[in-house]
Design a protein around this ligand. Structure first.
Ligand SMILES: [Zn+2]
Length: 80
């Protein structure tokens, strides 16, 4: 076996394993936003609004999560 072969393959293999864990950690922490949005959408489909309290918008009276900073329907802002 050529020594140069291992000199290239071994560091490349270590780098790919390292990259895999970095991406895995990034997804878990929500750094990769696209994945996080998909996960949030899946969660909202699964639950029936029991986990997050719902509130009605005073402007358009549409129901949405109580922790929303603004109404998703009309954009009414709640921050005082
Ligand atoms: Zn509204």
């Amino acid at each position: 076996m050529d020594g140069l072969f291992f000199l290239i393959i071994v560091p490349t293999g270590i780098f790919l394993v390292f990259l895999y864990f970095v991406i895995k950690a990034a997804v878990k922490n929500g750094i990769i936003e696209a994945h996080d949005e998909i996960k949030a959408h899946e969660d909202s489909d699964e639950d029936d609004g029991n986990s997050i309290e719902q509130t009605s918008c005073p402007q358009c009276s549409s129901k949405h999560d109580i922790d929303c900073l603004a109404c998703p329907s009309c954009g009414h802002k709640y921050n005082s």
